[in-house]
Design a protein around this ligand. Structure first.
Ligand SMILES: [Fe+2]
Ligand SMILES: [Fe+2]
Length: 162
C-alpha cells in the first residue's frame, strides 16, 4: 500500500480489475434473472461503472497512447466503445419504459460478449503499454480518477453516434 492507501499495482492491473468488476455485475444480474428475481440494480451499477470506465480511458489513457503512435488500436477501441455505449442505451430503454427484464437479459448477454471481444484486445494491446507510455503526470491523473473520479454529467463517448 502507498501512503494514500491505493495499492501500487500497475495501471493495467487496476484497469483489468475494473473489467472484472463490471463483468461480475452483469453476470450477477443474469444469474438472478435465471432464478426469477432479477437484480436490476446490479446491472445498472455495472453499466454506470462501464460508462465511467470508458470515459477514463478516452479522457486519460488513449490520448497519450495515440500520441505515442498507437493510432490504429486506439481507433478500434473507440469504435467498440461506441458499440458498448449503444448496447447500454438499449438496455436502459428495456429496463425503463418497456420494463422488459427478459429482453434486457438477452441484451445483457450480448453486452457481455461485446465486452469479451473488446477487453480481450484492450488488455494485451493497450493496457500492457499504459505504464510504459504514460508519463508520471498522466499516470498520476489516471490513478486519481480511478480512485474517486466521476463521469461528467451528459458525457457521451465519441463513437456512440457514428
Ligand atoms: Fe475500452
Ligand atoms: Fe477497458
Amino acid at each position: 500500500m502507498s501512503a494514500g492507501g491505493v495499492p501500487r499495482i500497475t495501471l493495467g492491473a487496476a484497469l483489468e480489475a475494473e473489467h472484472r468488476e463490471i463483468d461480475g455485475g452483469i453476470e450477477r444480474f443474469l444469474d438472478t434473472l435465471r432464478q426469477g428475481a432479477p437484480d436490476t440494480e446490479s446491472l445498472l451499477r455495472a453499466m454506470g461503472g462501464l460508462r465511467r470506465h470508458i470515459y477514463l480511458e478516452e479522457a486519460f489513457l488513449f490520448p497519450p497512447l495515440k500520441d505515442a503512435g498507437m493510432t490504429m488500436p486506439v481507433f478500434v477501441m473507440l469504435r467498440e466503445h461506441g458499440e458498448l455505449w449503444r448496447a447500454m442505451d438499449g438496455i436502459d430503454a428495456l429496463l425503463g419504459d418497456a420494463q422488459d427484464e427478459d429482453a434486457a437479459g438477452r441484451s445483457a448477454v450480448e453486452l457481455l460478449s461485446l465486452l469479451d471481444k473488446h477487453n480481450s484486445k484492450e488488455e494485451p494491446i493497450i493496457y500492457t503499454k499504459a505504464d510504459e507510455v504514460l508519463d508520471a503526470d498522466a499516470s498520476a491523473e489516471l490513478r486519481i480518477f480511478l480512485t474517486d473520479g466521476e463521469l461528467p454529467d451528459g458525457w457521451v463517448c465519441s463513437g456512440a453516434h457514428t
